[in-house]
Structures are given as structure tokens and as C-alpha cells.
Ligand binder design. Structure first.
Ligand SMILES: Cc1cc2nc3c(=O)[nH]c(=O)nc-3n(C[C@H](O)[C@H](O)[C@H](O)COP(=O)(O)O)c2cc1C
Length: 174
């Protein structure tokens, strides 16, 4: 016997979005800019390719179209103020590294810079663009990855509907 279910109207976007757990939130860099991105997915595993969805209105969209390289910088809880700044201010209007107190560091393979304060960096070269309505998914092949010694994915910041959270504990092996 199943327990009763509560019906959620399918157009109640906020309520439906509560049904899945919080998702990773990262700082994506190009050569000169940094943006907060929540829409990030592993697209393929062999080779490893990561997709990020960028709205056409973002400064980052024009930069990615021209540069075709990006770095996924994994943010930890200490970087929450920077995540907020990079997710609300446009690089068209200011230098977001200065505004958010972040340090540019050279990456190893791509010309996009890395964020020195982040726990890990995944360098990607764009292999495919998938436009969908007002956003484009830029799918990048992973060409290099680095991390601060001891960094774990469980240190990485997640984003819920109304809160930023950290991953919980392990509940079983896979
Ligand atoms: C938590 C959070 C997640 C976001 N995720 C995305 C995203 O996945 N794609 C996107 O285009 N914008 C996203 N944004 C909005 C951009 O970060 C924001 O518009 C930014 O100021 C654009 O910067 P730019 O104009 O320098 O590229 C997000 C913002 C926040 C706060």
C-alpha cells in the first residue's frame, strides 16, 4: 500500500523545482570574465565532455562564441559572496575579478584563466553548441583538470531554490 501523494500543478514551477535535490554551482571563466553557472551537466563520459547553458543576453555568451574555451572552477562555501557577485553583475559593466575579490591564474592548456581561490579547475574546449530558445549549451571536452591537494567534490557548493547548501553524507556504496 503506497502512502498518499500530494498533487502539484505542473505549471507551479517553484514547487516542481523543489522536487529534485540542489545542484552544483560553479564559477566559469573565459579569458577576461567570470560568471556563476548552475546549469552544468556531464554530457559524455568517454571522452569526458561538460555542457554549460549560457543565456544569449550574458556577456559570457559573446565571449564563448569567440573564444570557444572555458574553465569550470569549483567553488567552496567560503566563495559564496563571489558566487553572488559573479551571478548578479555583468562583465560588460565592470571587472568582476576585482568586484568579487578573485585572482586570475593561468590555466594549463586553455587561454581562459582560472580562479585562484577555487578548489578545483576543469579546462574545456568547446566541441558543440546546442541552441535552445534563449540559451545555448556549450559542450566542452575536458582537456586538463587540477585541484588543491585534499579538495573533494563534497566540499563543493550546491544551489537549491532558496539556499546555497553543501552536500550531505554518504548513504550507501555504488
Ligand atoms: C545561482 C545562480 C545560477 C546561475 N546560473 C546561470 C546559468 O546556468 N546560465 C546563465 O546564463 N546564467 C546564470 N546565472 C546568471 C548569471 O550568472 C548572471 O546573469 C551574470 O551576471 C552574467 O554575467 P556576464 O554578463 O558577465 O556573463 C546564474 C546566477 C546565479 C546567482
Amino acid at each position: 500500500m503506497h502512502s498518499p501523494r500530494e498533487t502539484i500543478p505542473p505549471r507551479s514551477t517553484a514547487a516542481v523545482l523543489e522536487l529534485l535535490p540542489p545542484f552544483p554551482i560553479v564559477l566559469v571563466t573565459t579569458r577576461t570574465n567570470v560568471i556563476t553557472i548552475g546549469q552544468i551537466e556531464y554530457f559524455t563520459f568517454s571522452p569526458l565532455r561538460i555542457g554549460i547553458a549560457v543565456a544569449h543576453s550574458r556577456h559570457t555568451y559573446s565571449l564563448l562564441k569567440a573564444e570557444r574555451e572555458f574553465v569550470v572552477n569549483v567553488a567552496t562555501a567560503e566563495l559564496l559572496p563571489a558566487v553572488r557577485t559573479c551571478g548578479s553583475v555583468s562583465g560588460r559593466d565592470c571587472d568582476k575579478f576585482d568586484a568579487a575579490g578573485l585572482t586570475r591564474e593561468p590555466s594549463t592548456v586553455v587561454s581562459a584563466v582560472s580562479v585562484g581561490e577555487c578548489g578545483a579547475h576543469i579546462e574545456c574546449i568547446v566541441k558543440k553548441e546546442i541552441a535552445f530558445e534563449e540559451r545555448t549549451w556549450f559542450v566542452g571536452e575536458v582537456v586538463a583538470a587540477r585541484m588543491v591537494p585534499g579538495h573533494r567534490g563534497s566540499d563543493a557548493l550546491l544551489c537549491g531554490r532558496n539556499h546555497y547548501v553543501l552536500p550531505g553524507g554518504i548513504v550507501g556504496s555504488r
